[in-house]
Design a protein around this ligand. Structure first.
Ligand code: HEM
Length: 328
């Protein structure tokens, strides 16, 4: 997460990330990820601290990347916050965490990647396999703009559809629960049930290229310096935040059996406590969302009936709205 925070700071401001700014970015992302996993309630003061930092940067003229020119200062800060310093940092941090935890559980793959840091083809296969088994999006939603036939039934326009990335990614593969980068030697990502960056042509991820470069570079760096071990569980939602032991590679230490046994016990116990916390906080978060009627308020404020498909004319006549991140 620290690396992703510094990376985006340099990308957006073309200047090194001061430690204080990194802490503010990380505190916001850490809090957001905990909230998405129902492990904590959202601390809006952390979000506000990030907005305030970004607004100061915008007002000082420090932004070195393209921002839509029609935006005012506040809108610019929120645009940077939602795209780069929230979604971007969270996605890259989670993507790296999933990959490193998978490698900790598969020492053969890890050793191969450590030995051949320049083998980008194998790196991409391992990254694809991690994204296949642990897609960063769980469920995404769309509102249909026209009728769709599904198995003889017609879904009317305006239906809300939910799509389960994890189930889709596991649906069309032999032995889908096995982490096997070499399955991609004979499979073409375009031809199988695999869309880690979304559906091309329907609002896919704009940061696919950048993300693959980041994942490759960070993983190669980490593996050059450390050997990774873990006995913690690995699930897509990863509420345990992927605990790993990192031992210096140069020291060639033996497998830390006692530490791994302790990690296993700790992870199991934390799972029990965490499940209860998730049940309580998840119920509070869902009840709060229902009480606030976010969707209804959104559609009311745009003056648009969600059951009426949008046309190019209605799109252009929509009032400009404050940027709202998908994640926050
Ligand atoms: C490994 C890293 C990443 C993965 C696997 C990933 C995956 C995805 C997926 C699946 C979607 C489409 C979700 C849907 O179906 O609605 C998406 C959308 C999006 N992603 Fe990423 N993402 C990654 C990194 C990033 C980064 C680093 C950024 C920002 C710099 C980013 C910004 C966005 C934005 C803004 C959208 C919304 C696009 C739209 O609605 O038009 N993503 N991402």
């Amino acid at each position: 997460m620290a690396m992703a925070a510094e990376f985006f700071h340099e990308l957006v401001f073309r200047s090194p990330c001061p430690p204080g700014a990194r802490d503010v970015i990380m505190a916001n992302t850490d809090d957001l990820l905990g909230c998405l996993k129902f492990s904590n309630l959202r601390r809006l003061d952390r979000r506000a601290a990030l907005t305030s930092y970004l607004l100061d940067q915008v007002r000082m003229g420090a932004v070195a990347c393209d921002v839509p020119p029609s935006f005012d200062d506040e809108h610019r800060a929120l645009y940077l916050q939602s795209n780069f310093f929230t979604t971007g940092v969270a996605q890259l941090a989670e993507g790296v965490a999933h990959l490193l935890l998978a490698l900790a559980h598969h020492p053969g793959v890890q050793e191969r990647m450590a030995a051949e840091p320049g083998d980008t083809a194998f790196y991409d296969r391992a990254i694809n396999e991690s994204l296949r088994m642990y897609p960063l999006f769980g469920i995404s939603q769309r509102i249909t703009t026209g009728p769709i036939d599904v198995g003889g039934e017609t879904l009317p326009a305006g239906s809300v559809l939910f799509f389960d990335y994890e189930a889709y990614h596991r649906s069309g593969f032999a032995d889908p629960e096995r982490f096997d980068p070499d399955r991609w030697l004979t499979l073409c990502p375009r031809d199988v049930t695999f869309i880690p960056f979304g559906v091309p042509g329907n609002r896919p991820c704009p940061a696919r290229g950048l993300s693959m470069v980041f994942l490759r570079a960070v993983t190669a760096e980490v593996l050059q310096r450390f050997v990774l071990y873990s006995s913690a569980g690995h699930t897509r939602s990863m509420p345990n935040r992927a605990p790993c032991l990192l031992l210096p590679r140069a020291a060639a230490a033996p497998r830390p059996k006692a530490a791994l046994a302790a990690m296993r016990v700790r992870d199991d116990w934390e799972n029990v406590a965490r499940s209860l916390t998730q049940l309580v906080l998840g119920s509070i978060i869902v009840a709060d969302a229902r009480r606030r009627k976010l969707c209804q308020r959104h559609h009311a404020s745009t003056g648009r009936d969600p059951h009426v498909p949008r046309t190019p004319e209605s799109r252009s006549s929509q009032p400009k709205r404050r940027t709202d991140t998908r994640h926050d």
